[in-house]
Write a protein that binds this ligand. Structure first.
Ligand code: PEP
Ligand code: MN
Length: 358
């Protein structure tokens, strides 16, 4: 990363960018209140740091030896405050701010009636963002794959319901992009593009999604370390898109016996990620637990651990859902989660502020 002098001119900054580009690297330019910092994107061995350091206006050229840097606090602290985190704003919803944000909706969009009923109910329960899968990642090709799999017209129709439901109930909408071919279509309708756990490692998809400039909810793969999770999120940010919301959704359980949950919710990932990165992190207790009777407990724990929000699968009649019926909760249950989590968030706030100020 290249730290510019406080009084560096626009010409000097542009000159550095040109120099970086000449060597086949991209420049991530971050203009802070006091100084500009330029992060190099690409193979740093192609450029000489001693050469960069003597360019006019440059204060320091620093090699960063981590697999992720554009999302790191080490980088952000150079242009924003030490403890400032990024707030991803979608319409009037602020993810990463002082208040937790709740994303709710069905696992899969199944019909217009189903989606609109759930949308109205989750809104009334206090949700801020509506979710609903149209292209579903499924383990069996013989199971319901989401309405998107039925054809282009069906995909467009389901996406338009999602958009319409969002408008009707005043919520931004989020849906999963499972492959590169779906990116442009989904970006036409959704406010937030979701990268599912299975696609965390698909760097081509991440690049494509990053280039849309739309906010991205980026899920951790169930076999990924926190370091891999952060490193792969950098593929989105490297496209100049810093509106990334990280999402912990459980990792593979260990041992031979029964685990009793679908995945193991790694809640320590929440404070760890916040220590490493200035991107907001939310938690999905639904896919982690895979059981509706654990959603309240895991939600409370996630907010106590500092999560900026939750993603919760909700349905008026969970047992009739075609996908993930066992983990959906009703809107009444969602309301209890949201009301309690808001209180927990207030309770832990003074502690969090003290830690940040220290
Ligand atoms: C989902 O949120 O619909 C989903 C499939 O989750 P995950 O990618 O975490 O399994
Ligand atoms: Mn699901």
């Amino acid at each position: 990363m290249i730290i510019m002098k406080k009084d560096a001119t626009v010409e000097e900054i542009n000159n550095v960018i040109t120099e970086v580009n000449k060597h086949g690297l991209k420049a991530d330019v971050s203009r802070g209140e006091f100084r500009t910092v330029i992060g190099l994107v690409g193979d740093e061995s192609k450029i000489s740091f001693t050469h960069l350091e003597v360019l006019p206006g440059v204060k320091e050229a620093r090699m960063v030896d981590t697999p992720y840097k554009l999302i790191s606090r080490e980088y952000s602290e150079l242009f924003v405050g030490k403890d400032e985190s990024r707030i991803v704003q979608v319409d009037d919803v602020r993810i990463g701010g002082d208040e937790p944000v709740f994303v709710a909706g069905p696992c899969a969009v199944e019909s217009k009636q189903q989606l609109f009923r759930i949308a109205g109910e989750v809104k009334a329960a206090g949700a801020h963002i509506l979710r609903g899968g149209i292209f579903k990642p499924r383990s069996s090709v013989h199971s319901f794959q989401g309405l998107g799999a039925l054809g282009d017209a069906e995909a467009r129709e389901a996406l338009s319901w999602l958009q319409e439901a969002g408008h009707k109930y005043g919520m931004p909408v989020m849906t999963e992009v499972r492959g590169e071919m779906q990116v442009d279509l989904i970006a036409e309708y959704a406010d937030i593009l979701q990268i599912g756990a299975r696609n965390m490692y698909d760097q081509d998809l991440l690049g494509r999604v990053g280039r849309t400039g739309k906010p991205v909810l980026f899920k951790r793969h169930f076999g990924a370390s926190v370091e891999e999770f952060l490193s792969f999120s950098e593929y989105i940010v490297a496209e100049g898109n810093k509106d990334v919301i990280l999402c912990e959704r459980g990792i593979v359980p260990v041992g031979k016996g029964k685990s009793f949950t679908r995945y193991t919710l790694d809640l320590s990932a929440v404070p760890v990620v916040q220590h490493e990165s200035y991107l907001p992190i939310v938690v999905d207790p639904s896919h982690a637990a895979g059981r509706r009777d654990l959603i309240f407990d895991m939600s409370c724990a996630a907010i106590a651990a500092g999560a900026s929000g939750l993603v919760i699968e909700t349905h008026y009649n969970p047992s009739e859902a075609k996908v993930d019926a066992q983990q959906m909760i009703t809107a009444d249950e969602l309301k209890e989660v949201i009301d309690t989590c808001k209180q927990i968030s207030q309770m832990v706030k003074p502690h969090r502020q003290r830690v940040r100020a220290a």
